[in-house]
Design a protein around this ligand. Structure first.
Ligand SMILES: *C1O[C@H](CO)[C@@H](O)[C@H](O)[C@H]1NC(C)=O
Ligand SMILES: *[C@@H]1O[C@H](CO)[C@@H](O)[C@H](O)[C@H]1NC(C)=O
Ligand SMILES: *[C@@H]1O[C@H](CO)[C@@H](O)[C@H](O)[C@H]1NC(C)=O
Length: 181
């Protein structure tokens, strides 16, 4: 290679450096969408970029993004827990849906929050298999809640909260799978 070519390449190096947190995020969401057709990459980017800590100055690692996705899922599980609590507090709603399922759901979403907190800790410690196990456990809690209503043939009053959580759990699992790969 001619010396001039080499210095030209050195000039380019800073430009080739994968730049921002945003690039890493888009790239990771695209990879997740490629592994799971139920993941919408645009939605993934918007959910995660809305939660990026302001003090991230360097591109985040994949495990940073995994922990970020799980922290968004924690907000969703917390919202589902609160919604179950609100329905229980309303005499009409709790009569309509039955206290038993609502109480079960409140407990399930409370468990889900704890499992997801375990998952963030596991991910930060590089224990990816454990992190995946806890994310799956949170998904199972949400399914158990829904099943309680389905068994009685009732409408599922936490449909939106549960569907929101499912989206962020799916993204969390996909990033954890990339970390495990
Ligand atoms: C939960 O997840 C959905 C998308 O899956 C999002 O739009 C929603 O705002 C999230 N947060 C809360 C606190 O519900
Ligand atoms: C993906 O999500 C974006 C943003 O929420 C939405 O506008 C778009 O319609 C979604 N695409 C599909 C295929 O669902
Ligand atoms: C960013 O802020 C959070 C919360 O204040 C802190 O825990 C974390 O260590 C900070 N990260 C960096 C890279 O400074």
């Amino acid at each position: 290679m001619a010396p001039s070519t080499i210095s030209f390449l050195f000039l380019l190096l800073p430009l080739l450096n994968p730049a921002s947190a945003a690039d890493t995020l888009v790239d990771t969401c695209n990879q997740c969408a490629a592994t799971n057709p139920n993941i919408n990459s645009t939605l993934c980017v918007s959910l995660l970029s809305g939660s990026v800590p302001k003090n991230w100055t360097t591109p985040p690692s994949l495990s940073d993004l995994g922990a970020l996705a799980v922290s968004v899922a924690i907000a969703n599980a917390t919202a589902a827990f609160s919604a179950a609590g609100k329905l229980l507090e309303s005499p009409q709603e709790s009569a309509a849906y039955g206290k038993a399922c609502l109480e079960d759901c409140k407990g399930q979403f409370d468990d889900a929050v704890s499992r997801l907190e375990d998952s963030v800790r596991a991910m930060n410690a590089g224990r990816i298999k454990d992190a995946r196990t806890w994310i799956s456990a949170a998904a199972a809690s949400s399914t158990t809640c829904e099943d309680c209503f389905a068994e009685k043939g009732d409408d599922f009053p936490l449909k939106k909260e549960s569907a929101d959580l499912a989206v962020t759990l799916r993204i969390s699992l996909a990033i954890a799978a990339l970390l495990d790969g």
